[in-house]
Write a protein that binds this ligand. Structure first.
Ligand code: SAH
Ligand code: SF4
Ligand code: F3S
Length: 468
């Protein structure tokens, strides 16, 4: 455990439970059942954090609703990864003046990654007087206290510690009943030069393997079938623990838990992905044959300027190895177009890499300067319009590749998890997350089925259960 990590004790949590009880009593005294809405932006880390905050709110007697209108508390769990995400949040926070006018007791809070940016907090303080408080993700475990103080002190609450922590034993209200998240670590140590995440989420902190195992066992007992292990860079799991356990070991240990379920994980950083990881994936039927392995750029010069710690060749050799042990593996990735100074020829190396790998899906972003990151200080000579042209070329190439991959599913058989119905068909997902529609009884929902793909449309595959 590094000096950058604060371990929250059960005693500290007990204090929060007392605050939760006080909030519950506050509402009981008024004969009311309060309602809460959490508006979640950004990645799965935020979704997982929101589920923990919902768990705390439930303990405080709040029911969950899915809009701001009439809610007694609104929590905006924000993302700062790109400018556009922040603008949307500011717009939506602004609009809450209206819901608050109609329901004056409404308490409005902002948390998540934007709360970790000093200039955002200053702007909220100065110009958004209807916001009752701001707290960083590191302070979410103190929600009962923050809420109680906001209800009883009538002043704005700012709780913005910068030191990351590990909190075990928080309640959680999971929003899915078949699919769920488990955070295995928090924060990031990589400092890719374009990225704000390490600045707002703190340094890497790994949970203890036995705590993770207990949570996964409980989820399996509760009927979860699809469990995603979360971290910004799961491949560096355990490095801060000084135990003889790495991510592949953790994955293996969890895959040995008895029960019918599939494990997946994100995100993986190529710098730390190992052959051992791919061998572990290949060896267990419970680990989804899918890896999201962001490469960000195809040019070695750009990769270096991004501080990614690998070359295109090293990346491609990882992909080749993964495919040699799992020929059916589904590959997805993130790419940034237009990093400061990236030339058209360098962008074309990205295109080349995309063609060479043949991803099932690609998440493509135009570079967005983030205040406080080194890349934001670099000269950025290419116009947005130019970058947009490159971006469109990339999208066009990927759409073609995705369609080819999609067509190639026809005639093959997959084990899918049936997760619902669209009225006419049952809906199911492959290991790689592709939507399959099939005919069958509603009792199949929540079970794995072997399905042969018989046809496809642009967005989904059609399948039939394979008779044994
Ligand atoms: N930890 C994950 C990614 C987290 S952010 C990883 O390292 O893979 C998700 C994606 O957003 C990144 O992979 C990157 O492609 C993109 N991204 C991050 N910062 C960005 C920025 N400043 N501009 C554009 N895209 C960015
Ligand atoms: Fe950001 Fe890089 Fe960390 Fe991912 S690995 S969160 S891109 S700094
Ligand atoms: Fe966004 Fe924070 Fe996730 S910046 S992508 S919500 S870690």
């Amino acid at each position: 455990m590094t000096a950058n990590t604060e371990i929250i004790t059960q005693q500290q949590l007990e204090v929060q439970r007392e605050y939760a009880e006080k909030v519950r009593a506050w509402w009981q005294d008024r004969g009311q059942t309060p309602a809460a809405w959490i508006d979640t932006y950004g990645c799965q880390q935020n979704e997982a954090d929101s589920e923990r905050m919902l768990g705390m709110l439930r303990e405080m007697g709040y029911t969950r609703q899915t809009e701001a209108e009439g809610a007694d508390v609104v929590i905006i769990n924000t993302c700062s990864v790109r400018e556009h995400a922040e603008q949307r949040v500011f717009g939506n926070v602004g609009a809450l003046t209206h819901t608050k006018r109609r329901h004056p007791g409404q308490k409005i809070f902002l948390t998540g990654c934007m709360a970790g940016e000093g200039h955002v907090v200053e702007r909220l303080k100065k110009s958004y007087h209807h916001v009752d408080g701001v707290f960083t993700s590191h302070a979410q475990w103190r929600l009962p206290e923050i809420l109680y103080r906001a209800l009883t002190e009538g002043k704005r609450q700012y709780v913005t510690p910068e030191t990351g922590n590990i909190v075990e034993g928080l309640p959680v209200q999971r929003l899915g009943d078949l699919k769920g998240w488990v955070s295995i670590m928090y924060g990031c140590n990589n400092f890719c030069t374009y990225c704000i995440v390490p600045h707002v989420r703190g340094r890497e902190r790994s949970r203890m393997p036995e705590d993770i195992k207990r949570e996964v066992e409980q989820m399996v007992a509760d009927g979860y079938k699809d469990i995603t292990l979360l971290g910004q860079n799961v491949n560096s799991y355990g490095k801060d623990l000084h135990l003889e356990v790495d991510f592949a070991d953790l994955l293996k240990m969890l895959s040995e838990i008895p029960g019918d379920f599939v494990l997946r994980f994100m995100t993986s950083h190529p710098k730390d992905a190992s052959k051992k990881l791919f061998d572990t994936m290949a060896s267990s039927p419970k680990i989804a044959k899918h890896i999201h392995l962001p490469f960000q750029a195809g040019s070695d010069r750009v990769l270096k300027a991004m501080n990614r710690g690998y070359t295109a060749e090293k990346y491609l050799s990882l992909i080749d190895y993964a495919r040699s042990v799992m020929p059916e593996i589904v590959l997805t990735s993130d790419v940034i177009v237009g990093f400061p100074g990236e030339t058209e020829a360098e962008f074309e190396e990205t295109l080349k890499l995309v063609e060479r790998v043949g991803y099932d899906a690609l998440f493509t972003f135009i570079y967005s300067p983030r205040k406080g990151t080194p890349a934001a200080e670099l000269p950025d000579p290419y116009s947005r319009a130019e970058k947009q042209k490159w971006f469109d070329r990339l999208l066009e190439a990927q759409n073609r590749i995705s369609q080819e991959k999609h067509n190639a599913y026809v005639g093959r058989t997959f084990r899918v998890l049936v997760d619902g119905t669209d009225g006419e068909y049952l809906t199911a997902r492959t290991d790689g997350g592709r939507l399959v529609r099939l005919k069958g009884p509603a009792e199949w929902i929540g079970s794995f089925r072997n399905v042969t793909i018989t046809g496809n449309t642009t967005w989904s595959l059609l399948g039939e259960e394979k008779e044994d």
